[in-house]
Design a protein around this ligand. Sequence first.
Ligand code: SAM
Length: 240
Amino acid sequence: THFGFQTVAEEEKAKKVAGVFTSVASKYDIMNDLMSVGLHRIWKPFAVGLANVHEGQRVLDVAGGSGDLTRLFLKKVGSSGQVVLTDINNAMLRVGRDRLLDEGITTPTAQCDAEHLPFPDNYFDCVSIAFGLRNVTHKDAALREMRRVLKPGGRVIVLEFSKVAKPLEKAYDLYSFKLLPKMGEIIANDADSYRYLAESIRMHPGQEELKQMMVDAGLERVEYFNMTGGVVAVHRGYKL
Ligand code: SAM
């Protein structure tokens, strides 16, 4: 990969992710509520609050899919600010954009890979990625890109599934590996996609590991905030 080649495993992962999200796009809202038992409705506003953005600022929502964070950020930055909704997957981006349009919200969108953001250096006040980083093949490259497009003083916000507290481990495994694929099968007729999602959650780095990855990407004052016993965590880091 140092020479820009993708290994077979990496290529497989990117294809798998594309397949999963193309397949779940139309059922995405149900999936979100299902996976999080509705809790994403609390997690997302909390993450956006930690971004501490103000009227008139510029925000980039990476892997924005549903547009949920974009909508919340737009309320913070107002009509003098700007929120750009991006995603690698056309089907997901379309679902997000159409939903916002139905609510009378127009905002710029771009189909792009988190690893190659088509924006200039030092441009945004905040860059967010919610439930997206675990799907990215080269997380280190994505974090560096997110830092690059930030203005000095700007912040990266990562909202992602994380490692649950020890006493919750058993119940959580049961939920994500047994119940979740079953629900996916019944409701979306797509057990495989939900199994992938459960596996991707298990493989994703825990709180401390992700914090270190953000530090390695050049971000500073990195800290994280657990929610729901560590089921998810918000990591925040600054470009100083
Ligand atoms: N941020 C939205 C939310 O919180 O509802 C969507 C999250 S969804 C679980 C994950 C999204 O990541 C999908 O829309 C998928 O297409 C996108 N994604 C996966 N790999 C990506 C990549 N390399 N670059 C950008 N987006 C990616």
